[in-house]
Design a protein around this ligand. Structure first.
Ligand code: FAD
Length: 338
């Protein structure tokens, strides 16, 4: 209902203005969506994983920009739930579950190789130096869960631990902010942050984990981010049907069903997940192209969903990307059809 009655009707305007109405996030908070990752015993909303996937896909089909910005919060709630820092949990978790405190994330010290953000230990915490090239939700979120790689050496090798902290999402001593101009999801307020001896006090640290422990948690998040692509594909297919191309829509729908199954199977067989994620983005990209063709030349006019969806499908090729997804996608895109 939210996707069809609120998000989708506003999606063209969100795209044109490059801004998401605050009322979208207030509604998601009021309806419990900020609590999806929360422990039900702490007023989180209990949904099974298949339902969560369906929710993410449905919201993405309504408005990718809103969904991408909101879904960053999921990791913040997970981080606060699992933190070994009880003071931080007590301070923020319940408000985060209710959506009164809203969060974003940066994995710049965890995912890129080499890491882009580093943490040097001090007597009272850490000093962060480097950059977070993509941080979504600036000016929208209140807090940022930020990861940085420990610079310490053990036997001449970096220890590789990943230090995660929860900081206020505001320009501060040691942080500079560069707005980014994107052709899709501009309303996500994605910025580049640069850190120069930024002080992360020990009391704001949520976790310090090994790189392999961090990667072990990536399977679920890759499955979740697949919903951005399947949501865009779903919307394109539906609109292809609406302009009278039922056969084309049915063919694409069958492919979408198969890709959803592959994504689900990837949870038990993580080595297959990157290829399934790549297939989802490739389908979104192809379905958006098919929608433009089905609509005709009018599809590239500024106030048409078709051109918006082409740009948003492109966004799903890279946003929440990982090196193995990138390799799979390049393989699929290079293959073509003779
Ligand atoms: C619009 C948009 C918003 C994003 N918002 C966020 C966000 O809020 N939080 C977040 O952590 N990531 C965010 N990302 C990063 C994204 O999740 C991917 O991890 C990143 O774009 C890597 O994809 P790539 O295809 O550029 O990777 P590659 O081509 O493999 O890498 C390109 C460069 O980006 C660096 N890089 C790779 N992964 C990341 C990463 N996760 N963070 C920073 N640098 C990286 C690599 O070191 C490399 O130098 C966003 C990306 C986009 C396009």
């Amino acid at each position: 209902m939210i996707a069809e009655e609120v998000l989708f009707p506003a999606a063209l305007e969100v795209d044109a203005q490059g801004a998401i109405p605050g009322s979208h996030f207030d509604l998601l908070a009021a309806e419990g969506f900020y609590g999806l990752a929360g422990d039900p015993e702490r007023s989180g909303v209990e949904v099974g994983f298949p339902s969560l996937i369906r929710i993410l896909e449905t919201l993405s089909s309504g408005c990718l920009t809103t969904t991408f910005t909101w879904i960053q919060h999921y990791s913040v709630v997970r981080g606060l739930t699992g933190t070994a820092n009880p003071e931080l949990r007590e301070k923020y978790l319940d408000a985060a579950i209710r959506g009164e405190v809203r969060g974003g994330v940066s994995f710049a010290g965890a995912i890129p190789q080499p890491p882009r953000l580093w943490a040097a230990a001090t007597d009272s915490g850490w000093l962060l130096t480097g950059e977070a090239p993509f941080v979504t939700g600036w000016g929208i979120v209140d807090v940022l869960q930020i990861s940085a790689r420990n610079t310490a050496l053990r036997a001449g090798q970096p220890t590789g631990t990943i230090v995660t902290g929860l900081i206020d999402a505001q320009a501060d001593a040691g942080i500079t902010v560069e707005p980014l101009h994107m052709v899709a999801a501009q309303g996500s307020n994605t910025v580049r942050l640069r850190f120069a001896d930024y002080v992360l006090p020990a009391e704001k640290v949520t976790a310090e984990v090994t790189h392999s422990d961090f990667l072990a948690n990536q399977v679920m998040s890759s499955r979740r981010s697949g919903c951005l692509a399947t949501g865009v594909a779903e919307r394109c297919i539906r609109m292809i049907d609406e302009v009278g191309r039922a056969q084309v829509a049915a063919l694409l729908q069958a492919q979408l069903r198969e890709i959803r199954n592959r994504l689900d199977a990837g949870l038990d067989d993580p080595e297959t997940l990157p290829a399934a994620r790549a297939a989802a983005s490739e389908l979104a990209y192809r379905a958006a192209g098919a929608l433009v063709v089905a609509v005709g030349s009018a599809g590239i006019l500024a106030r048409q969903h078709a051109q918006r969806l082409v740009r948003e499908a492109t966004f799903t090729l890279v946003a929440a990307g990982r090196p193995d997804i990138k390799d799979s996608l390049l393989k699929v895109l290079a293959r073509g059809h003779g």
